[in-house]
Design a protein. Structure first.
Length: 59
């Protein structure tokens, strides 16, 4: 499976705009579930703008 070009930015967008589980986002972005939890809590990647994977052809 191909991973998104910018996984953290994609994960930020998915956390903010979808109802996917942390595990589903982690699997799609190639990240650990705890990293996704930290993004959702605002501990990590708070300065990163989310990147919508749909117009980029990643989803």
């Amino acid at each position: 499976m191909n991973l998104p070009l910018m996984p953290k930015a994609t994960a930020v967008w998915l956390v903010e705009n979808t109802s996917l589980t942390f595990q589903q986002i982690a699997d799609f972005c190639g990240m650990h579930t705890l990293e996704i939890q930290a993004i959702a809590d605002g501990d990590v990647a708070s300065h990163i703008m989310g990147l919508n994977p749909v117009p980029n052809g990643q989803l």
